[in-house]
Design a protein around this ligand. Sequence first.
Ligand SMILES: Cc1cc2nc3c(=O)[nH]c(=O)nc-3n(C[C@H](O)[C@H](O)[C@H](O)COP(=O)(O)O)c2cc1C
Length: 186
Amino acid sequence: MIIVGSVRPGRVGLPIAEWVRGEAEKTGKFEIDFVDLKELALPFMDEPAHPRLKQYTQPHTIAWSERVDAAEAFIFVTPEYNYSYSPALKNALDFLNQEWWRKPVGFVSYGGISSGTRGMAALLPSLAVLGLVRVGANVELTFGGKQVVDGVFQPQEKELAIIAHELEELEALATALAPLQSGANT
Ligand SMILES: Cc1cc2nc3c(=O)[nH]c(=O)nc-3n(C[C@H](O)[C@H](O)[C@H](O)COP(=O)(O)O)c2cc1C
């Protein structure tokens, strides 16, 4: 599952995520569920019970739960906003709990000079509590918006190498972690 974390008009996250989708498709190893959080349009967390209990009341939560349940690995494409990550992504994470448990995640982060890395680092405690397992290789784009030309992301050689490595790690970890996914995240 590739999650587009940015929902702003004119966001550069969408072309970056489309590039990621293309690279993942090229490997022939993944069936991709492309989640644009703008299209998904979850409201702010509106469930009465803790998501750990899976007592979902809203159709949008049930649909999101089924979709994430079916995913075996994730790439979060996230910008940095004020030294942190995308609030839409945090909201989408908070809606669920068990569905993320012991599944691997890689990042494609972007922002200004920091390449979105402060935003990514700020998300790490939430990943840990949800049981998401971060891969080591992450694409980090310095002023990534400058690489979007006519709506298409133009990767550098090093970014092509890193995304290939990141996808390999995701595949390996997804296989290794699958047997560990039963049992509750308590
Ligand atoms: C509200 C806001 C806050 C931002 N804060 C940071 C920041 O703290 N560090 C940084 O490197 N870039 C920051 N930026 C720049 C964004 O990371 C950059 O514009 C990025 O392209 C935004 O992603 P998007 O176009 O997909 O929404 C900020 C942009 C916005 C709109």
